[in-house]
Design a binder for this molecule. Structure first.
Ligand SMILES: [Zn+2]
Ligand SMILES: [Zn+2]
Length: 125
């Protein structure tokens, strides 16, 4: 082993330690933020939803052509008084009024495209 090799080895170790030091604290911080991060927004009241705050919906599969999801709202606009509006035509919605979203199971059944409420998308009701 010559000196040159030892220096390189030392530098390598230093770099590794630096990388580990850089990666891990940030990784942990990100994980904590993710747990409380807004995962989506309620299409009816626009409330940001975190883990455990789920949109209430019921899913109807129409053959294997499309999946129809009736969105009732989130815990915020169903249990609290919040402005509920159709994201398509912006009309005010009552607590028992829903909107319809369609997804294609062949593409991604979780990717919803919102069609509207009873007023602007009556064919879905
Ligand atoms: Zn809501
Ligand atoms: Zn509408």
């Amino acid at each position: 082993m010559n000196l040159e090799y030892l220096v390189l080895f030392g530098m390598g170790l230093g770099l590794m330690a630096f990388l580990f030091w850089m990666l891990f604290p940030i990784g942990n911080r990100r994980e904590k933020e993710d747990k409380n991060k807004i995962k989506g927004y309620c299409p009816i009241c626009g409330q940001g939803l975190r883990k455990g705050e789920r949109i209430r919906s019921s899913v109807t599969e129409i053959g294997d052509i499309e999946v129809q999801t009736i969105i009732k709202g989130c815990p915020f606009c169903l249990e609290e008084t919040r402005k509920r509006a159709c994201p398509v035509c912006k009309i005010k919605l009552k607590k028992d009024e829903t909107i319809i979203a369609i997804s294609d199971p062949k593409v991604d059944s979780k990717r919803l495209s919102i069609r509207g409420c009873k007023k602007c998308y009556p064919q879905g009701f």
